[in-house]
Design a protein around this ligand. Sequence first.
Ligand code: FVH
Length: 290
Amino acid sequence: MNNAAVSVIGLGEMGRALADALITAGYCTTVWNRSAAKADDLAARGAVRATTVEEAVLASPLSIVCLLDYDVVDAILRPAAGALHGRTLVNLTNGTPDQARQTEAWAEDHGTAYLDGGIMAIPSTVATSQAFVLYSGQRAHFEAHKETLEVLGSAKYLGADAGIAALYDLALLSAMNVMFDGFFHSVAMATSHKEGNAVGFTELLVPWLTSMAQVMPAFAADVDSDAEPVLAQGLDVVLASVRNMAQASRDAGVRAEYFEQSAATLEKLLAEGLTAYTAPVVMRHLRTSS
Ligand code: FVH
């Protein structure tokens, strides 16, 4: 039995999964939520109900917060600032890097050790081998609570800048969002055919995307390197296929704006005299500040 105490503030879908994992791991878990009924199942499993945020914070050396957004975090924690003094706050709410840094500064002003985090899991995968959680802030704070944080999923420390976990979290989520947009676009195209069906098509799509994901480390190495890129394709070849994707989408009665925009970008790069589609070329185009 692990007798360490942890408080979980925010018992939405994710907060309940986090609290449940801590109870299962044997932690003395205190919980608080605006809508108190969401603590019922956890209390039945042994969680201690706090009636105020302050009471929840005072119950444990470590409080884990998982709420809708940083405005809610701010509104909930501000009145409990005194209780947080000398304790550790881990904020797993989705937010921007600047919000994370501002919350760290606020916490430090109140004598609170702060870690910001990003949960790379859905509620059903919390505490499984699929789950990992990104953390940033002072390493000493992470090391002090690493064992507890490992209960939620593999704990990955990214660095002292409190904003880096949020940056990586949002970057990973952006890749996921674009992937799902691409998935739905491709399904709309494939099912425009009278013999097309989404399930059969997806049986081809998943191995295709899985295979293409294997190329990413080589692209990434080209981004990091100053040497000639290893992976290169003719820009004219890529443009021709993107134009075909746009035309076939239109012919299938599917919106083609994404590919029309993509074709316009490739045309612009060709007009600038570039001939190769490489990771550094794409990066230069994406980085608006360079
Ligand atoms: N669910 C997921 O799959 C993702 C996985 C990755 C991480 N996200 C982030 O986790 C945060 C919480 O998400 P959630 O799924 O738990 O969201 P909800 O079930 O909607 O719970 C929201 C909690 O926030 C409380 N809350 C909302 N507004 C207020 C407010 N004005 N004052 C006090 N509390 C508020 C809400 O309380 P209640 O409605 O139950 O009373 C819940 O505790 C989020 O950042 C995700 O991006 C989840």
